[in-house]
Design a protein around this ligand. Sequence first.
Ligand code: NAP
Length: 489
Amino acid sequence: MKVSLVTGANRGIGLELVKRLASVSDPDGDNIIIACSRSTSKELEEVLLIPSVHHVTMDISSQESVDEAHEKISSIIGDKGINLLVNNAAILIKSDCPTSTSTEDISKNFDVNVVGTHRVTLKFAPLLFKAADQNSSADLGSKRAFCLNVSSAVGSITNTTSPWHSAYRISKAALNMLTRTTALEFIEKGVLCCSVHPGWVQTRMGGPDALISTSSCVDDLMEVIEKANKEHSGVMLRNKMEAPGTNLKFMNKIIRSYTLMASIRSNLASIKEEIGSKANCDHVRLVAVSKTKPISDIEAAYEAGQRVFGENYINEMVEKSHALVHLSEIKWHFIGNLQKKNCPKLTTCKNLSVVETVDSEKVAKALNNGWKRNGDGNKLNIFIQVNTSKEEQKSGCMPEKTVSLANFVKSECDVLNLKGVMTIGAFGYDWSQGDNPDFLELLKCHKELTEHFNEDFEISMGMSDDFGKAIEMGSTNVRVGSKIFGARN
Ligand SMILES: NC(=O)c1ccc[n+]([C@@H]2O[C@H](COP(=O)([O-])OP(=O)(O)OC[C@H]3O[C@@H](n4cnc5c(N)ncnc54)[C@H](OP(=O)(O)O)[C@@H]3O)[C@@H](O)[C@H]2O)c1
């Protein structure tokens, strides 16, 4: 890294970051650290004794001040660009709920945290682009050109559970969108832009009760600066693991969790591509099987566009569905073994879309009764699970019983909607032996059902190892877990 610029550098996180950047810079090299602030504190004055650190006065809420700072910085760095811009300066005007917050306070927070950050980014963007060009062989990140906006987890829209500090929160939420939109533009020019939640830090803003020191916060920020790459473009790196009394190396966790997020995103993309290339019909539904996987994995997949999730265990699914009720387009498929006694609990699942494993009249009836009590007023979609391999330990009705069970559902279960048939099939089938006989058996049941009712039905077959082949054979609903989320523990 050659030229770094940090705003709000006279105290708190900004000051500590400047110290650290100076301490790791090569004294004989050409590293330049520009510490920008409205005034110089005693501590900053000490840091300014280091030759590589330069102070430039900058009030980010004043265009005139930013223009003057730009002029001075240009004269310091000569023909170099800026490799690292850390938009750290911010204010927190204490406020309560939105209705007890004045519009002036909203404006003040916005003026510094959003408009000020934008003003600085706009002014220095050409110097970031210049650094990106000068280092075009380096990977996207701080070795090339990196704009890091210091945001806050309290600006998260989805995780907001309390109305306090609404003025600050609103500004940080807007900053997050500024980051995302800037990132989309910057990535085209070789500049990485992302934001970071630094944790709850002992500074004037964070207060003395905060969980981590500025030094430990900056340990992790330095790691983010070093490791953030194109996968993190537009993302808010954040510490979800932070809990009172812990001293976690949270940025390590963040890097890990975002690496995981990136892999979920790319797994989903390649699965969807394979589905698209194999499908003979308009639409094949991908059910992302998230059993035993944490909520954060489901959120990551949802963020990547996945909407349908499958679970095998009722308690786990009900719990997850309640925790994720804010994901308004999420749909749950139950794909596990289902007994009559568990049907009432299953119907308390939020956004329950399909129960794929109805295999007897008593289960169908219990589900119907449960849905009458707990349902959302619409019919509940079900699949009949068929035990195509006729293994004793497997659930599912015998293939020859499929039509009679379907008749029962249609005539006796007024709030159930028969959507199709499903099979799990024998595990580990060797495809070199030809088409999977379980899938052939299910297709036979499907044909009988279609002819009997003169209706279209869906076919749910195929999992991580064979979903492509299942689609080629006619599946319209595939259940893929480990290929998306990785192996289960
Ligand atoms: N501390 C936390 O727990 C925490 C948590 C989440 C996010 N953050 C974020 O982390 C960043 C750093 O916060 P911090 O905890 O270090 O806060 P801090 O100690 O209050 O420092 C804020 C810095 O921003 C500067 N600043 C404020 N308004 C400015 C303006 N108009 N122009 C230029 N500089 C200005 C301040 O300079 P003056 O001294 O001149 O006022 C100060 O240097 C902020 O973006 C904050 O939102 C902090």
